[in-house]
Design a protein. Sequence first.
Length: 286
Amino acid sequence: MKIDAKTKMFCVIGDPIEHSLSPVMHNAVFDKLGENCVYTAFKIKPENLGDAIKGMNAMGFGGVNVTIPHKVMVIDHLDELSEEASIIGAVNTIKMGEKLVGYNTDGMGAFMALKNGGADPQGKNVLLLGTGGAARAIAVTLALSGEISSLTILGIVEDELKKLVDDISKNTKISPKGEPLNDNTLKEALQNADILIHATPIGMHPKIDETLVTADMMNSSMKLMDIVYTPLETKLIREAKKAGLKTVIGGLDMFVNQGAEAERIWLGIDAPVDLMRKVVLGELSK
């Protein structure tokens, strides 16, 4: 990779950030496509966030990815928000230039992972488990697409659940059904679901032996996406395979596709998703 005075800089900011797989993924794309760009990672403390954004823009950075804990706070330092970022209330991608514009590519990452993975949500009844940041992004993006038949959201945090349902009802053409997540609501909702999207931390390291849904609760015609990707094969995914589900999509696909969407926003390119996936898998297997 040649770096010179014309090289365009991109990065991800967060705290902590040492674990980020974004640099290796994006640099592989720049290398493959011959883009004179480089991508790195910076640990930014919350109290330095405004200065960091201002400084990066002053130095001519092309764009920035934003991760925990800055996704909400960063909005105060931007000029504009895309429609989905405005409704979600969080930003994970900034396009820099005369104006600082915030986007949220997490939902589109999930949407593209579903479409590319054989679970196109058009005309389908979608069941979403979770109401946190990632779940919000997915729910809002699916609702804005206008393609789904229905959306049911189950969550354990009552305030988050109510706000998410209200925000989607007010800002999109979809009126989702929101209910507390318990054994009864889960079993009932699963009976009508064409696509199940799991967006809670259950099954993520260190809770790798836990799952909200077991094989006996699923029907084999259902399609599943679990957004957890550490571990790559969660207990939920193993249960889905045991139940005979033919379409099972892991969280790695959402991560890779949200990165590809960021590159489309920054550079207008169609990033090679297969290469990105291969590179990230290589890093995870180390």
